[in-house]
Write a protein that binds this ligand. Structure first.
Ligand code: AN7
Length: 356
């Protein structure tokens, strides 16, 4: 047995590192590709749906794949501080990898608009948190400006090393299945991840590790859907705060992925997204955060309409862990209050027998 030591080691021949590079890793990647068993039966369709559960990364989201590369390269270049704007997950990831590297992390977050768990994590990792009275897009613009005025390396996905790290998720999927899926469904916010998956699938296809690339399906929240509207959105709104983004940075790359793959973008209401989140928990035992569930909401919609035909192999990326957003979870389960009883054998027995 060899101990798993992270995605840079695993895919080092496909990543821009040398034998001398000091690798900053927390053992990210190698996440499970779980085949859904109950939901396909429930919808009565003959489809293979797999979820790539990225919520099981070290800080609970796919951002760790990009961050191990971005921070490794920042340190290699002599940087002592990193900065990002974030809807929550990037800040948690940047903060953790900065600790690991022994450098400083500055994170700009929209005040009051990031999930509680993400804020708690980022505080625990001891990052310098800068809350702004503006949304992610404003924070992103400020980060790009300030990097010209202070010695900080940007670790948002405009940093190409982020994309290189994140493309390894596509490698893992092909390595696990032995082929590329027919359809790859994922939530789209800043559009770094769809860019990264497309890059990964393309590299594997070019090198003939797999024969085809999947159709890429990018799903957005109805109130934050610039790719569906075909133009930037100035005041994005959604309960899925991770993808509350109106001015995606990887605009052209995401359109290239859509065009070259024959894919599409679509949008779903918060209600639909939350229903998909609940469904995954309730029927499969998989708890992802709201934004992540946009992938399944979209896949189920397109399977239902026949746009994704029966017989297809579909992978949905679940980008983040559900426990990051306990407030949404409690809201989703407001009707399922725990029963409170006397601490007696009789009462416990009754609580069981009444609910069998
Ligand atoms: C759970 O953390 O942009 O389209 O600042 O956290 O690559 O941006 C998060 C994005 C999907 C969208 N799912 O991915 C941030 C941030 C979750 C996310 C996305 C995000 P991209």
């Amino acid at each position: 047995m060899t101990r798993y030591t992270g995605l840079i080691e695993r895919y080092r021949n496909r990543l821009p590192v040398s034998a001398d590079t000091r690798i900053i890793s927390l053992g990210e990647g190698n996440t499970p590709l779980i085949q859904l068993q109950n939901i396909p039966r429930l919808i009565g369709k003959d489809v293979d749906i797999y979820v790539k559960f990225e919520g099981l990364n070290p800080t609970g989201s796919f951002k760790d794949r990009g961050m191990t590369m971005a921070v490794t390269k920042a340190v290699e270049a002599g940087s002592h501080a990193i900065i990002c704007a974030s809807t929550g997950n990037t800040s948690a990831s940047a903060a953790a990898y900065a600790v690991r590297a022994g450098i400083k992390a500055f994170v700009l977050i929209p005040e009051g608009k990031i999930a509680l768990g993400k804020l708690a994590q980022t505080l625990m990792y001891d990052a310098k948190i800068i809350q702004i009275s503006g949304n992610f897009d404003r924070g992103m613009a400020l980060v790009k400006e300030v990097a010209d005025h202070a010695p900080v390396t940007i670790v948002n996905s405009i940093n190409p090393f982020r994309i290189d790290g994140q493309k390894t998720a596509a490698f893992e999927i092909v390595d696990a299945l032995g082929f590329a899926p027919d359809y790859h469904c994922l939530p789209v916010g800043n559009a770094g991840n769809i860019t990264a998956y497309w890059k990964g699938y393309t590299e594997y296809t070019t090198d003939r590790v797999c024969g085809n690339r999947p159709v890429m399906c990018g799903y957005q929240a109805a109130g934050a859907a610039p790719f569906v509207l075909g133009e930037m959105v100035d005041n994005p709104e959604t309960v899925a705060t991770a993808i509350r983004i109106g001015h995606p940075q990887s605009w052209d790359f995401a359109w290239a992925a859509q065009r070259e793959s024959g894919g599409w973008f679509d949008k779903f209401t918060d209600e639909k997204i939350l229903a998909a989140q609940k469904m995954l928990s309730q029927f499969e035992g998989i708890f992802c955060e709201p934004a992540s569930a946009a992938s399944l909401a979209g896949a189920l919609h397109d399977i239902g309409s026949g746009k994704i035909p029966e017989g297809s192999v579909i992978v949905c990326t679940l980008t983040g862990n559900g426990i990051k957003d306990p407030e949404i979870a409690m809201m989703q389960c407001a009707d399922a209050k725990p029963v409170t009883i006397d601490a007696s054998l009789d009462a416990v027995k009754r609580a069981i027998l009444d609910n069998l």
